[in-house]
Design a protein. Structure first.
Length: 412
């Protein structure tokens, strides 16, 4: 049983939503954030990236988190953000490249993250957790949502369809990246109850994106529980804000690899080293995207190849070892190119599929680049259900959730 409960969001009035909304805090550096917010005093980056108002050197200092808090209060004072009068669900739809994904904005239970009703598939880094812990705790607000997924539940889908059919969206705007964003507050008590009960029939939720935000919300919850030893469990700090999507709506893009050099080998020697574990042939197109699992595109010396892992070189039944990123690491990146730890090796870089395969070709240089077949939602569910952890940089979800459309206050 999963819990997704309604909440009274802090969010922009529709006349301000386009100028308030921003990209997520972690998809840009300090300079890019400054440029994005330039000339816009109501950009949400002033809250989620307050280093643009302090300094790059102070990005993780208390002064920056305090600036986030004061900017949040200023946004409320100026009317850029307003609190809804009652707890609602919010239907959030994104449209990109002719695709539509529609989710429910609500609050998941921290206890269900702790007891693995909310399943994870990635490791987190303590320094990234600490950043959002300090940010959420100082602001007393979860300023950006977690991205959750669930296996389709027809009752929830029907409730979403019916509400959208008979109500106009309160938000409807397109951002510079070509994504259209729509939001419907669900205000009818009977529909709210239908959605709540529908999630009670969902056996598990899965973190698609936002492992650090989830872990940080749980840590702040633990701190608040210590500060309020008489807590009942109904306080807002026991819940974390999430957008929860049906798996059938979601789109995972390829997450590709570029290695800066050939580990001291000539291109000819490198190609020869691949022969025992891969079938290698010239690609039918350039650049080349693999057409099936266990096939890879490879750019070497400006030329594209198709390489396919040979049977017996991986465990097809194992949830991790059967993933293409794991096959590439175990059979090529580590033994042939000497990439022992892709998390820390500076010779390897990762390129999200949103940047296109031309980006791989441009960055290949004297090294080699690989295009991968995208991980599927079934793969992600299988990994999480088995309590496994995916290799780093396995999934790239598009479109990203827009920030600043809804916030969850956790002050009691």
């Amino acid at each position: 049983m999963a819990t997704i409960r309604p909440f009274a969001a802090l969010r922009p009035p529709k006349e301000y939503v386009e100028q308030v909304s921003s990209l997520p805090y972690d998809v840009m550096n300090h300079q890019e954030a400054c440029a994005m917010a330039a000339g816009n005093a109501s950009s949400f980056l002033h809250i989620c990236r307050a280093d643009i108002d302090t300094s790059e050197a102070a990005i993780h200092d208390a002064v920056t988190y305090e600036k986030s808090r004061s900017n949040l209060q200023e946004f409320i004072r100026k009317g850029f953000l307003k609190r809804d009068a009652a707890p609602y669900y919010y239907i959030y739809r994104q449209m990109m490249w002719g695709r539509i994904q529609t989710g429910i904005v609500g609050c998941a239970a921290v206890d269900e993250y702790l007891n693995n009703t909310i399943l994870k598939h990635e490791l987190t880094r303590k320094e990234k957790e600490l950043d959002r812990i300090n940010h959420f705790d100082t602001c007393s607000c979860q300023t950006e949502p977690v991205f959750l997924a669930y296996r389709k539940h027809e009752g929830i889908s029907a409730a979403i369809r019916e509400w959208i059919k008979f109500h106009k969206p309160e938000y409807d705007f397109k951002t510079d990246d070509g994504v259209t964003h729509l939001l419907w507050p669900v205000t009818a008590p009977e529909v709210i109850e239908t959605i709540r009960k529908g999630f009670e029939e969902v056996p598990a939720l899965y973190i698609a994106d936002g492992h650090h935000r989830t872990a940080s919300s749980a840590a702040v919850s633990a701190k608040r529980r210590t500060q309020h030893p008489g807590y009942t469990g109904n306080e807002e700090f026991n819940y974390l804000m999430a957008v929860t999507f049906c798996d059938e709506d979601l789109f995972i893009m390829d997450y590709n690899r570029v290695v800066a050099d050939l580990n001291g080998q000539t291109p000819e020697a490198f190609l020869q080293a691949l022969q025992p574990v891969f079938d290698v042939c010239e690609a039918p197109a350039a650049p080349y995207a693999p057409r099936r699992k266990h096939e890879f595109g490879m750019c070497l010396g400006g030329k594209w190849y198709s390489i396919t892992a040979k049977p017996g070189t991986f465990n097809a039944e194992h949830p991790i070892e059967s993933l293409d990123c794991a096959i590439l690491q175990a059979n090529l990146l580590q033994p042939i190119l000497g990439i022992d730890d892709p998390r820390t090796d500076t010779r390897i870089d990762f390129v999200g599929g949103i940047r296109g395969l031309e980006e791989l070709q441009n960055r290949c240089g004297v090294g080699v680049a690989f295009s991968l077949y995208p991980v599927t939602m079934a793969d992600l569910f299988n990994v999480a259900d088995n309590g496994e952890i995916m290799p780093p940089k396995s999934t790239w979800f598009e479109p990203k959730l827009r920030s600043g459309l809804f916030l969850h206050e956790i002050e009691e």
